[in-house]
Write a protein that binds this ligand. Structure first.
Ligand code: GAP
Length: 564
């Protein structure tokens, strides 16, 4: 890991934020290459989860008003247990510290942590005793406006911006389920003691899709595409399977098709982005591990130098979020779903008796009658009028059974949410792509990034750093950039050193302008992975490169190899 991190920092992928002031755990800067890679990853995600789904992308504020997070449950439930050393004042996330020191998995409750502290007489690194464990809310609190202002929070997930705009979004989709709404952006969590470098951040990038479905239909129209795809699963009882997704649904290992569909799609995306299939698995959350909003959750986990890390969470959030926002805001978050055929239903309705209601409720009688008419018949009838709950005596109404034709029903959609951590995926891609081999008798460091994700896709190198080589190479650089290829020009150092530099940052192809360029208008293309080179006429260069960059074709298909 240290070799990779050293390279990532030295080559400008990423580094610690606020470095000149000593840095701060949980924050990283993306340098030019890391930023390029993450942006490319974002675009690939968009292609998979927006363009090729019935989905749209929106962009909502990263600061949220307090009401949102009271309704969502984050204000009360988005907590971890912290323990503070009485001697040195260091604060730890309790479950992580216990896992690290004792190797034990522990329930994330204050009581469970307290028991472990006393049972094992657990001490701080400095030997000091810990104080009482306490719940710590992970949201960053802020004030909106001057003075006392209004309490707000930095969003801990992008999802809430989507839920609270649900009515507008349903309108956009003309109330037709299923539909997806995506958001890519920053999220913030005031992690207690983020000691895992680039993995646990306090400000990070998420790409989330909220996929709204009819709860009566948890099938996915496209699932057949993936029915036979085999995946590695670990279920909540730690049983491991290598199983086709269709079978996993049939056997009840995965609850329904929509979750299975997104497991398949997530796998496809991660492999396309450059995650190694042998270091990828999907693990179901245990009952005591799930977030407060989830009824089921599968994590995509990848193996890295940090061990297995969660990079994506695929959760069934049910109608939790929409129902909570409906309750707290007073807005109706349901949508009307028409039946295929109208159906006749028998219904008990309440018929108010005004001659009885009038003397009892006087000026409120009309409102009570209206409230009665809008209710379903129940044992005891309590109506709400002007905020007051009123029990209506049975002599004030009669209950009649009527037959009604219904054309549809109002439902609160359920949400299936694939939620991606782009920073962790970026890091895992870098780690899985990192390789060393021997070239010309020397060890070479090479990042075998997928061609479509590489931050620099092509480097144009004049063989000699003087005209006319440099002039021609700059001309080619401009040409490639204009065609949308991420291209760099480089004339510093020997050609061999330059090849090594671009191998190390994962550039798939180097173009070299050499003596022959001026004889027959051709250049060489060098392939990073094989180091093979072929000659290509300048007239066809752009087309060849575009084809190569969008496929895994071998450069040998495009010309005769003159150097292996
Ligand atoms: N909306 C659901 C949600 O936020 P999550 O499992 O808490 O679910 C989703 O987060 C993904 O975001 C995770 O799988 C992980 O990749 C990433 N993530 C979460 N916390 C993170 C942190 N502190 N630093 C970096 N990435 C994080």
């Amino acid at each position: 890991m240290s070799e990779i991190l050293e390279m990532l920092i030295r080559r400008g992928f990423l580094w610690q934020s606020f470095e000149i002031y000593g840095g701060m755990a949980g924050f990283i800067d993306y340098g030019p290459l890391g930023n390029g890679l993450r942006r490319r990853l974002e675009n690939l995600w968009r292609e998979f989860f927006v363009v090729n789904e019935r989905a749209v992308e929106i962009d909502t504020p990263t600061v949220g008003i307090e009401e949102v997070y009271i309704a969502s449950g984050h204000a009360t439930s988005f907590t971890d247990v912290a323990i503070e050393c009485k001697k040195c004042g260091k604060v730890y996330r309790a479950d992580h510290y216990i896992k690290e020191v004792l190797g034990l998995e522990v329930d994330e409750s204050v009581e469970a942590i307290r028991d472990i502290l006393s049972e094992f007489d657990l001490k701080c690194d400095c030997g000091g005793e810990f104080g009482e464990p306490a719940q710590f809310n992970l949201m960053f609190e802020t004030r909106i406006g001057p003075g006392k202002g209004k309490r707000g929070y930095l969003r801990p997930e992008t999802a809430q911006g989507i839920f609270i705009a649900f009515k507008r979004l349903a309108d956009y989709f003309r109330d037709k389920l299923p539909f997806g709404v995506a958001q890519i952006g920053r999220s913030y969590r005031n992690e207690i003691s983020p000691r895992q470098g680039v993995i646990r951040l306090r400000e990070f990038n998420q790409a989330e899709l909220e996929y709204f479905i009819n709860p009566r239909n948890k099938r996915h129209p496209e699932f057949d595409r993936y029915r036979n795809v085999k995946v590695k699963l670990v279920d909540k009882s730690d049983a491991e399977y290598e199983i086709a997704l269709g079978d996993a649904v049939e056997k009840g290992i995965i609850l329904h098709e929509v979750i299975a569909y997104f497991i398949a799609k997530t796998r496809e995306f991660l492999l396309k982005a450059g995650i190694d299939e042998n270091r990828l698995r999907f693990r179901q959350h245990k009952d005591d591990e799930r977030a407060h909003y989830a009824s089921d959750c599968w994590d995509a986990e990848v193996y890295t130098a940090y061990g297995w890390i969660e990079v994506v969470g695929i959760a069934d959030r049910g109608c939790y979020d929409l129902s909570r926002h409906a309750k707290f805001s007073g807005e109706d978050m349901s949508i009307f779903v028409p039946f295929k055929e109208p159906v006749k239903v028998k219904k008990k309705v309440i018929i108010p008796n005004m001659s009885k209601l009038g003397p009892i409720f006087r000026h409120k009688a009309k409102k009570v009658a209206e409230a009665l008419k809008s209710m379903e018949a129940e044992e005891s009838i309590v109506v709400e009028v002007d905020g007051e709950k009123i029990e209506v005596p049975p002599e004030c109404y009669t209950i009649e059974e009527v037959e009604e034709i219904q054309h549809g029903e109002k439902i609160v959609p359920h949400v299936i949410e694939p939620s991606f951590g782009l920073d962790r995926i970026t890091y895992a891609i870098l780690e899985h792509s990192f390789d060393t081999d021997i070239v010309d008798g020397e060890e070479r460091k090479v990042l075998r990034l997928k061609r479509w994700i590489a931050p620099v896709q092509v480097a144009v190198l004049p063989l000699l750093s003087r005209d006319p080589f440099t002039e021609k190479a700059k001309e080619i650089t401009e040409l490639l950039k204009k065609r949308g290829i991420f291209t760099e020009y480089d004339d510093s150092g020997s050609i061999g050193r330059r090849y090594r530099r671009y191998d190390e940052i994962g550039t798939p192809f180097c173009i070299t302008v050499d003596h022959q360029t001026f004889d027959d208008n051709s250049v060489t293309i060098r392939d990073r992975d094989t180091t093979s080179q072929v000659r290509i006429g300048l007239g066809e260069l752009v087309d060849v490169l575009l084809e190569l960059l969008n496929s895994e074709k071998d450069i040998r298909e495009f010309g005769e190899v003159f150097r292996d």
